[in-house]
Design a protein around this ligand. Structure first.
Ligand code: MOS
Length: 758
């Protein structure tokens, strides 16, 4: 059933890769296809008579569309239609369409649904033409008239309107409290109280959001889509448009980054499908870089942290409250404060979390949603406390090391944070750090060293995989997983090759098609434990089946063995103790006259066991900054990120994930922020020239260390947790703390732009 689908162009490891095992540094097997252009992204798929859609974005933040004049646009040669809320085809289940796997509580934004305007940049029309150029030109000729209403987009100006979220997303725990933090705070001798503000950050993957709908003559839609789950997008399209499951296939074999922006279907997907159904043709729709700022974003966030301790450094109280924006349609929640109840031993913890509804699109998960801001606040406050106590910041973390989760006393499934502190500090040279700020100078620059802890949840979901051994000795393993640039192809191929004792180039792992065995969204750093568990399970079943086949073979040299005596290696079944007594797998299949042997596995988390533990990945980040105070310029010259994330499958792809997270942490700390002109309620710097991200010149030495850890509670099959998100978590706090050490200036707000240094 699950053999290779040619259109996916699935990569396989190059000849000569040979045997691999967990922990090896294996290079990305899709890397070559990606850098040579052989990999096809959503907007690169062709179809006969392909039509092109261009979205017209609205210009007001709140109000009603009173008229849309499309005459001039329709008069452009090549334009086929202009879809608006007035003439769009009927959509069967627009109300259902929000029940996707990652939707917040409330009612989602529905593109071209009606005349209401909910946010600036909202799609108000879709021009479809027989060329991209005609569509783009015509889109500029669409004239929209509005009745404007007063809007609100200013978080700090509307904190008094904060409310408790009405609905929490499935799986999210509302913040709670333990002990009496207010009382303990009052009574304690040493305390700090700090406020933090973070501006809006936007997802800017290299590949922009795009959909190509390829319509077959029989009406079947094959949709190439930028998404973190082909099956989630398939579900959404089927339900929104009332199309049966077998009439829609969604594919995402190559994704040029997503970082959470592909968890929910973005509006280009329903608009492209709408056009394809309406005009009965194939349609491609690509958002512009500017339009990438018109869907969800990391929310603007305000926080307050209060810490209290005894003179010996023992924490007496943690109070952490956060308020962030959401839209008027949905209660988007990322909790923000929860990790402050998991990181340090403390009897009195109070966590509070509220939202403010604004005239903006709902925010959306972005790499380590919630923790990226929440842990920043906690870790900068811990640094402030360390300086008040005159205790080394790393020592303060060690004094308050939590052996059990402080909120409920549960043990951690595994927690090798102490190893991260030890190994990270040794590698960085932390022991030589003078504690006084402004004590290290090098030429024109002040030098500062800072550190922070990091924590992120270890999630596991449900997935299936199938493993097929073919008569020619090749193994094809399939699951509808995604590889958003994370290394899924590589890691899954490694897991399968190791389990089956095959050279890696003989194994192909196929993902990125909604017809493949069920897999969840690639999100929450859960893919390795989840899909990897399914791949491992399927291969183990297949391995045992092949062993029995070898034992049951009439003239088999292994006839007297039991599976315990056997192993699979180098394409053979052989005796563990006498490797030269073996049977080639190809001969085994030939003798049984089989084209293929297949096994499947359903991976489910060990829920009952897991509930007894707190499951998280941990991290210690150490960094060096060099600050030119006259120019306000900060260089992050050295970062050591030590991570405890269970067993590491590919040391290279895992380290790359953490490096990517650190790079983004630098970007978050120093560069990224959009500015809203509240008169218009609009993000003004919605382009790469004014929305700054870290570039090569901003990145210097980054080292990644993995702690030895093996977590069989999170992942029974592999012992792995996940590394996709942890890399960003502590980084911005470590940088802010290093800047304090360099300059004596405590900066709590990100990004730390030159004006704040001066
Ligand atoms: Mo990630 S924000 O879970 O894609």
């Amino acid at each position: 059933m699950t053999d290779l689908i040619p259109e996916l162009r699935t990569p396989t490891a190059p000849e000569g890769t040979g045997r691999v095992h967990s922990g090896m540094p294996v290079s990305r097997i899709d890397g070559r296809a990606k850098v040579t252009g052989a990999a096809q992204y959503a907007a690169e798929h062709d179809a006969p008579d392909l039509r092109y859609g261009v979205v017209v974005s609205g210009t007001i933040a709140r109000g009603t569309i009173t008229a849309i004049d499309t005459d001039a646009a329709l008069a452009v040669p090549g334009v086929l239609d202009v879809l608006t809320h007035l003439n769009r085809p009927k959509v069967r289940g627009f109300d259902l369409a929000h029940k996707d796997m990652t939707a917040p509580g409330g009612s989602p934004f529905r593109p071209l649904y009606g005349s209401r305007i909910f946010y600036s940049g909202q799609p108000v029309a879709l021009v479809v033409a027989d060329s991209f150029e005609a569509a783009r030109h015509a889109a500029q000729l669409v004239k929209v008239s509005y009745q404007e209403e007063e809007h609100e987009t200013n978080l700090l100006g509307s904190l008094d309107q904060a409310y408790k979220p009405r609905a929490l997303k499935a799986g999210f725990t509302p913040p709670s409290s333990t002990g009496d933090a207010d009382k303990a705070y009052q009574a304690a001798p040493v305390k700090v109280e700090s406020q933090f503000y973070h501006g809006v950050e936007h997802h800017n993957p290299m590949e922009m959001h795009a959909t190509t709908v390829v319509r077959a003559d029989d009406g079947h839609l094959t949709i190439y889509e930028k998404t973190q789950s082909s099956q989630n997008s398939r579900w959404y399209v089927s339900h929104a448009f009332g199309l049966s499951k077998d009439k829609v296939t969604v594919r995402n074999p190559y994704v040029g980054g997503a970082f959470g922006s592909g968890l929910r279907p973005q509006y280009q997907l329903p608009l492209a499908v709408m056009a394809a159904l309406h005009l009965k043709c194939s349609v491609r729709l690509v958002l512009t870089r500017q339009q990438m700022f018109t869907f969800g974003h990391r929310p603007e966030t305000w926080q307050q942290v209060k810490l209290a301790a005894n003179p010996d450094g023992k924490l007496q109280a943690i109070v952490h409250e956060a308020v962030h924006e959401t839209s008027r349609l949905e209660d988007y929640v990322e909790v923000v404060v929860n990790w402050s109840g998991q990181l340090y031993a403390c009897d009195n913890i109070k966590l509070g979390y509220k939202l403010v509804a604004h005239d903006r699109h709902s925010p959306m998960d972005m790499r380590a949603p919630g923790a990226a801001h929440g842990v920043h606040a906690l870790e900068v406050a811990m640094d402030e406390l360390a300086y008040k106590l005159k205790i080394d910041p790393l020592e303060l973390r060690r004094i308050n090391y939590a052996e059990r989760n402080p909120m409920d006393g549960k043990p951690y499934s595994t927690k090798e944070l102490a190893q991260c502190y030890d190994k990270g500090a040794a590698r960085f040279g932390w022991a030589n750090r003078p504690i006084e700020p402004r004590s290290m100078v090098d030429g024109d620059e002040l030098v500062g060293w800072g550190m922070a802890s990091g924590i992120w949840d270890s999630l596991v979901m449900v997935a299936r995989a199938s493993a097929v051994l073919h008569a020619d000795g090749r193994l094809v393993v399939s699951s509808a997983a995604s590889d958003i640039g994370t290394g899924t192809y590589t890691v899954m191929s490694m897991i399968a090759a190791e389990a089956m004792g095959l050279p890696m180039e003989q194994v192909t792992f196929q993902l990125g098609d909604s017809t493949l065995p069920m897999a969840p969204i690639e999100g929450g750093s859960s893919h390795v434990a989840t899909v990897g568990g399914a791949v491992h399970g399927a291969c183990e079943k297949l391995r045992t089946r092949l062993m029995w086949m070898a034992i049951d073979s009439p003239k088999s040299p292994l006839a007297k063995a039991t599976p315990k005596d056997l192993e699979l290696a180098d394409g053979t079944v052989r005796l563990r103790k006498q490797p030269d007594v073996s049977l080639r797998l190809v001969d085994l299949l030939a003798e049984k006259k089989l084209d293929r042997v297949e096994d499947k596995f359903l991976m489910t988390p060990q829920m009952l066991k897991q509930r007894k533990y707190v499951r998280a990945v941990h991290q210690a980040v150490f960094c060096e900054v060099r600050v030119n105070e006259k120019l306000g310029i900060v260089r992050v010259t050295r970062v050591v990120s030590a991570v405890a994330a269970g067993r590491i499958i590919s040391a290279k792809t895992a380290a790359s994930q953490v490096i990517g997270g650190v790079v983004w942490g630098i970007s978050q700390a120093m560069h990224e922020e959009s500015h809203t002109d509240h008169r218009f309620g609009r993000f003004m710097n919605h382009n790469f020239s004014e929305y700054h991200v870290a570039v090569n010149a901003d990145i210097h030495n980054i080292e990644v260390i993995f702690a030895d850890e093996d977590d069989r509670i999170v992942s029974k099959q592999l012992g792995a947790k996940g590394v996709g998100e942890i890399g960003i978590v502590g980084t911005s706090a470590a940088i802010a703390n290093a800047i304090f050490h360099a300059t004596g200036k405590r900066l709590r707000t990100t990004p730390i732009t030159p004006d704040k240094i001066l």
